[in-house]
Design a protein. Structure first.
Ligand code: CS2
Length: 474
């Protein structure tokens, strides 16, 4: 494949036959391939010991495609100064369902010094308080069958158990998902599950395994057929594992003293002790605004991020939400100028070269709303700051669900059934409809759901969204 590509396409300059496995990655979706795999590809030019074994937990489509291409895939950036590059970092790829024993072998191998995860918010199986949900069906299964897990948390526990039994030191385990305090959440979830079957193992994990916090950032739309077809014309060959993203990319990692973190620092990740600050700013500003834009943009009939942010009223409203309701609650972060950061985020949303569907951002909204917006709402209510825009965004999510229920579209959301039942109960009355959604404890912490200021802001926001649906601006 490589020698036939046009000259402008960059390709690995290292000898792929010399690669050695060093990383197991769980969840090789588009974001992993566009982000972490590109950093690792850079690292492999200096150190061949960090090749990735990519393991999919659910669908085997991506890993099958990657295997058929010897792990190679194309990364294309979109916008000014864009480039096209073949990434060679994935050395092996398979699905855990097809090869459970290969999965355990990879997780347990002494050469595996780092396990990374991009499994999205729902993959962590957390409850409304951010703890592992012991009643989640996959976790119930994994407690009964720790030797044949289904969840990512279950696989991690099984892999760590194998290492403990063999006297192999634990790897560094790194969440690369948009969760508040992702490293601590993952550590707590793994330890909690391990404790159900083996308290000795739980203690060993707590004492010996590092779970650094991270912040990952690069806008990565799904690879749609239009992108894949255009790339095929550019390359002269079809690549069904290709991914695209904006040029901007950032990986901030807690600077724990260990070999994998130092190696990622050499590959371009920023190592710092204040990942929490960076991650919270990114989650609340970028992801919070992204979700708000998606729900409100869809109410106005837009389909893509760049179109929605170009709407004068909506663009101004998102900027006000960030400036008046999100930035004032963020603690100072070294090396981060909040206003410049916010401006940069809005400029990135406006990139017309990226065809990023609002409906893609709206996937799994029930998991995203709490981590992206409700934490800010709770902080603002406590500090006496406004929640007008934040509540309107939450109301826009409710209306998104109501329209799905009325118009019969499927929701891509782990709470789909509960949401559609609630959506069908709604009558268009702001107070009644918002109260119906506030009953969902998986989404709204009870203390927040009872707060009268939040309830009235939500009702008003809901009324605003009803106007938007009719093409009127509040
Ligand atoms: C987006 C994110 O789909 C979404 O929910 O908000 O994937 C976002 O593009 C990335 O976090 C940017 O780093």
């Amino acid at each position: 494949m490589l020698h036939a590509l046009p000259a402008h396409v960059a390709r690995p300059a290292y000898d792929r036959t010399q690669l050695q496995p060093g990383i197991v990655h769980i969840g090789p979706g588009a974001f992993h391939r566009a982000h972490q795999a590109a950093f690792i590809d850079t690292l492999l030019h200096d150190d061949p010991r960090w090749a990735i074994t990519a393991i999919a937990l659910r669908s085997r489509d991506t890993t099958d495609t990657l295997r058929a291409q010897d792990g190679l895939f194309t990364l294309k950036t979109l916008g000014p100064a864009s480039w096209t590059r073949v990434i060679g970092a994935i050395r092996d790829a398979f699905s855990a369902q097809d090869d459970p024993s290969g999965t355990l072998t990879a997780l347990g191998a002494p050469a595996t010094r780092l396990i990374t995860l991009t499994i999205t918010e729902k993959g962590y199986c957390l409850d409304g308080n951010g703890q592992l949900d012991l009643s989640h069906p996959d976790i119930v299964h994994d407690i009964a069958r720790p030797d044949a897990p289904r969840s990512a948390i279950g696989w991690l526990v099984a892999g760590l158990a194998r290492r403990k039994a063999a006297g192999t030191p634990p790897p560094v385990v790194m969440s690369c998902d948009n969760l508040t305090d992702n490293g601590s959440r993952l550590r707590e979830a793994v330890v909690r599950l391990a404790r159900q079957s083996d308290t000795g193992l739980a203690g060993w994990i707590e004492r010996h395994t590092l779970f650094p916090r991270t912040m990952v950032d690069s806008i990565t739309p799904a690879s749609d057929p239009a992108f894949l077809d255009a790339l095929e014309s550019e390359l002269g060959t079809r690549d069904d594992a290709a991914v695209c993203r904006e040029v901007f990319t950032s990986w901030v990692i807690e600077n724990l003293d260990c070999e994998p973190v130092a190696a990622l620092g050499r590959a371009g990740a920023v190592l710092t002790s204040d990942v929490r600050g960076h991650a919270l700013a990114k989650l609340r500003v970028l992801n919070g605004a992204h979700s708000a834009l998606a729900w409100m943009g869809l109410a106005l009939g837009y389909q893509r991020v760049s179109e929605a942010i170009a709407d004068d009223w909506l663009g101004a409203s998102i900027a006000e939400m960030i400036g008046q309701e999100i930035l004032p609650g963020l603690a100072p972060v070294q090396g981060l100028d909040p206003d410049a950061y916010a401006q940069g985020v809005l400029a990135r949303f406006a990139n017309p070269a990226i065809s990023h569907k609002l409906s893609q951002i709206a996937w799994d909204s029930s998991q995203k709303l709490p981590v992206r917006l409700l934490g800010t709402v709770a902080d603002n209510l406590q500090a006496g700051r406004p929640v007008v825009h934040l509540a309107r965004a939450a109301a826009a999510w409710m209306r998104f669900v109501v329209r799905a229920a009325r118009e019969g579209w499927a929701l891509t959301d782990p709470l789909q059934e509960t949401l559609l039942v609630a959506g069908r109960d709604c009558t268009g009355d702001p107070a009644g409809d918002t109260a119906r959604f506030l009953e969902m404890e998986q989404v709204f912490p009870p203390g927040l759901a009872r707060n009268p200021d939040f309830r009235s802001a939500l009702s008003r926001g809901y009324g605003d969204i009803l106007k938007l649906e009719r093409g009127l601006r509040p």
